[in-house]
Design a protein around this ligand. Structure first.
Ligand code: PMP
Ligand code: GLU
Length: 388
């Protein structure tokens, strides 16, 4: 056996990526798989964005850019933060990465030292604990309650803080639960972080996929003190159906961002120059495409909820954002086995909740057509009927 770096040896592969790949593989083999697994928009990237990329190639924008991203893109990101989130960042406070995942990874690596604790509200997105382990820091799982809509309560956060707490990872709208914090709830969280000197990594990748009436709130916008302790993460993958282009970004205090740039200098250098031009076109265009996608996602969410309600045995908390329905399948046994049986028996790909720290749950993504949602839920209904 090869002796592997001890931190890397602890890292487990991503359940979301593994099952999504398996579903694609089965499809290529000719199986009629309904894909409720992939955490990505099924829409095509809008034409204006593709055209900007073609233009970048033809005009020779195919060389290295500054490692934190081209100046025009960082300026556009500052305008986006100001316009959408009321946040005043300067281009020097922005580091563009190869996807939001990369930006979060770099933020964790820069801030979390060996032995320091990182609070991760649970259920969590699969990659957060693994990133913390790579940094040699300690993930501290804050178990949220279903009766609170999977929201962390201020008292629970305060109780999880120790002298070693360094970071809170916040994700609203949440993958996998679709939970969205209100302004008031974020203020309470911000107060606790400021009081205890905790940094916040705020993963806002699902910002544009919001189905409730309350507007989206960035925690960093809630006052100077929390602004100075927050790394705000966003990207183009979900809002513009650009998952394969790999552009995400981070914004925060200049000192921290300088270290993120240095880390990037020696790992990836700049994210793909062509994708940067595509992201620039995305951020500078009117939001028509986003509005249309959001409308369709909302219709799909409502459809999936009503069909799951019709089955009668599966409960969930209504998602206000993202594109996931996080369902309680605990009556059918361990969720990894349930997900495998659903895929093998009725060819519906779903993600088991154990990868999100929630045994018994199954994540159903409503990022597929209404026809396929009807087909997939009717197969799951038949599967459940066969378990009796
Ligand atoms: N954060 C969350 C919560 C996610 O679900 C994802 C998955 N795409 C990401 C970050 C990473 O997005 P990307 O790297 O594609 O920008
Ligand atoms: N974030 C998406 C998901 O949760 C895409 C896969 C991944 O990067 O984890 O399914």
């Amino acid at each position: 056996m090869v002796k592997i770096n001890s931190r890397i040896a602890q890292v487990v592969g991503s359940t979301t990526l593994a099952i999504t790949a398996r579903a694609k593989e089965l499809k290529e083999q000719g199986k009629d798989v309904v894909n409720f697994a992939a955490g990505e928009p099924d829409f095509d990237t809008p034409d204006n964005i593709k055209e900007a990329a073609v233009k970048a190639i033809n005009s020779g924008f195919t060389k290295y850019t500054p490692s934190s991203g081209a100046e025009d893109l960082r300026v556009a990101i500052c305008s986006k933060f100001k316009r959408d989130n009321g946040l005043e960042y300067k281009p020097g406070q922005i580091v563009v990465g190869c996807g939001a995942k990369h930006s979060i990874f770099n933020a964790v690596m820069v801030l979390a030292d060996v032995g320091e604790e990182v609070i991760i509200p649970t259920p969590y997105w699969v990659s957060y604990p693994e990133m913390v382990k790579v940094a040699g820091a300690v993930p501290v799982f804050l178990q949220t309650r279903r009766e609170n809509g999977f929201k962390m309560m201020p008292g629970e956060l305060a109780a999880a803080v120790t002298p070693r707490t360094k970071i809170l990872i916040l994700n609203s709208p949440s993958n996998p639960t679709g939970m969205v914090y209100s302004r008031k709830e974020l203020s309470q969280i911000a107060d606790i972080c400021v009081k205890n000197g905790i940094y916040v990594i705020s993963d806002e990748i699902y910002e544009k996929l919001l189905y409730c009436d309350e507007p989206f709130v960035s925690i960093a916008s809630l006052g100077k003190e929390i602004f100075d302790r927050t790394i705000t993460i966003n990207g183009v993958s979900k809002a513009y159906a650009m998952t394969g282009w790999r552009i995400g970004y981070a914004a925060g205090p200049a000192e921290i961002m300088g270290h993120m740039k240095n880390l990037q200098d020696h790992s990836t250098s700049n994210p793909c120059s062509i994708s940067q031009k595509a992201a620039l076109a995305a951020l500078n265009a009117p939001e028509d495409a986003i509005v249309a996608m959001r409308k369709e996602f909302k219709a799909r969410r409502d459809l999936m909820m009503s069909l799951v309600d019709g089955i009668g045995q599966i409960s969930y908390i209504k998602p206000d954002g993202a594109f996931y329905l996080f369902c309680d399948f605990s009556r059918f046994g361990l969720c990894a086995a349930t997900a495998k049986r659903i895929l093998d028996d009725v060819n519906v790909a779903v993600i088991p909740g154990d990868g999100f720290g929630a045994e018994g749950y199954i994540r159903l993504t409503f990022s597929t057509s209404q026809e396929r949602i009807k087909e997939g839920i009717s197969r799951i209904k038949a599967w459940i009927g066969a378990q009796a």
